[in-house]
Design a binder for this molecule. Structure first.
Ligand code: MG
Length: 381
């Protein structure tokens, strides 16, 4: 049976690679709907190639043009359009949008019991308890797409969770892993956008350089797999070959390995519980690699990772603040309005200023998110 796929965020890095997987397996998957941002060239190409039934673009003007060009396709736009895609009849919704805009569409799809392949970590970090609770209530499966969480998911497959003692996330260290804090003071946007192992979008590449990305992933792991923060570790692993590990109570450690290629975890989320061949993909050759390196995480050097653990332990709205402050600060850095280290300074200040609300509802979360962005912008003055 062909699985119908809807995709939020088709023009981003994960979205493009999701399209690669669908293209590689035309007898397994069909792209029935997607959302794109403002890139109309990519959008037109995707419509021509996949012949979807529904498409969402960001701007109303673009939607008008497309509707005239493709009368057979339902064209929607804006934040409401994202929800139209999310609730459209499909077997799997891939959420690959950037930032917390992915939250409401995800919650709507969960209400319909949809299987969600989630690459949008901000959704889980911002409102993880709402997502997981309603997924339980409506019987919706949440499948990880992030390479680390896919690795943890695979390592936990068929095991009894209460016999697993620790999650160990690996971190490549990002583009500045060999720089001291002193050297970080004057790094530029261009320096930061140069990731050694993975090719990704600019927001997540900055997040890798600050290590906020790993922090968001720690929170995501806590939410997805329900492990206490004290039982989640991060180890530096430069090569990104081991994508993460689970330690069990008998001291056995299960790791998932592979060449760094996001299409592998994306495909696994789409094909789960099956595995599909990837004829063209590069296979892991450990003899060729020769050596894997590991190093203890330095939480003073990677301050933002410590902040993420602190936010996670504080719980409630604090992870919303961490995420919103980071999104706003990264936008300012990409715009060259602040320096690199100010990203984590702004996150820390936003967290210091915030009083945690323990089990926030959606309205509270959206309010805290908006207020945090505002207060970070105000820090500029
Ligand atoms: Mg990752």
């Amino acid at each position: 049976m062909v699985k119908k796929i809807t995709l939020l965020g088709a023009t981003g890095s994960i979205g493009v690679q999701t399209a690669d997987i669908i293209r590689e397996h035309p007898h397994e998957f069909k792209l029935v709907g997607f959302s794109a941002g403002k890139n109309m060239d990519i959008t037109r190409n995707l419509i021509a190639e996949f012949k979807p039934e529904i498409v969402c673009v960001q701007r109303k003007e673009d939607a008008k043009d497309l509707a005239a060009e493709y009368p057979a396709v339902a064209i929607v736009s804006g934040a409401e359009g994202l929800i139209d895609i999310a609730v459209y009849e499909a077997d799997i919704l891939v959420n690959a949008v950037l930032g917390s805009v992915g939250l409401e569409p995800t919650l709507e799809a969960i209400k319909l019991g949809r299987t969600i392949a989630i690459a949008n970590k901000e959704t889980l970090v911002t409102a993880g308890h709402l997502v997981m609770e309603s997924a339980k209530q409506f019987g919706a499966a949440i499948l990880p797409v992030d390479s680390e969480h896919s690795a943890l998911f695979q390592a936990l497959n068929g095991e009894k969770k209460d016999q697993a003692s620790r999650l160990i996330l690996t971190a490549s260290g990002g583009s500045f892993r060999d720089l001291t804090r002193e050297q970080l003071k004057n790094v530029t946007v261009q320096d930061a956008l140069n990731h050694p192992n993975w090719s990704m979008g600019s927001k997540i590449t900055i997040d890798s350089a600050t290590m906020v990305n790993k922090g968001l992933e720690v929170i995501e792991a806590h939410i997805l797999f329900d492990f206490a923060y004290a039982d989640i570790d991060v180890v530096l692993h430069r090569e990104s070959i081991i994508h993460s590990m689970v330690e069990f109570q008998d001291t056995s450690v299960m790791a998932q390995l592979g060449t760094p290629d996001m299409r592998v975890p994306i495909q696994y989320a789409l094909s789960y519980p099956d595995r599909l061949p990837r004829e063209q993909a590069k296979r892991l050759n450990l003899a060729e690699i020769g050596k894997l390196n590991f190093q203890e995480m330095d939480y003073t050097r990677f301050r933002a990772l410590q902040l993420a653990f602190d936010a996670g332990v504080a719980g409630g709205t604090m992870t919303t603040v961490l995420n919103a402050a980071n999104e706003q600060a990264v936008a300012l850095f990409l715009n060259e309005e602040i320096k690199f280290l100010e990203i984590e300074e702004m996150i820390e200040r936003a967290m210091d200023q915030h009083e945690v609300i323990a089990t926030p509802d959606l309205e509270t979360i959206l309010h805290v998110d908006a207020e945090t962005r505002k207060s970070v912008k105000n820090m500029l003055k």
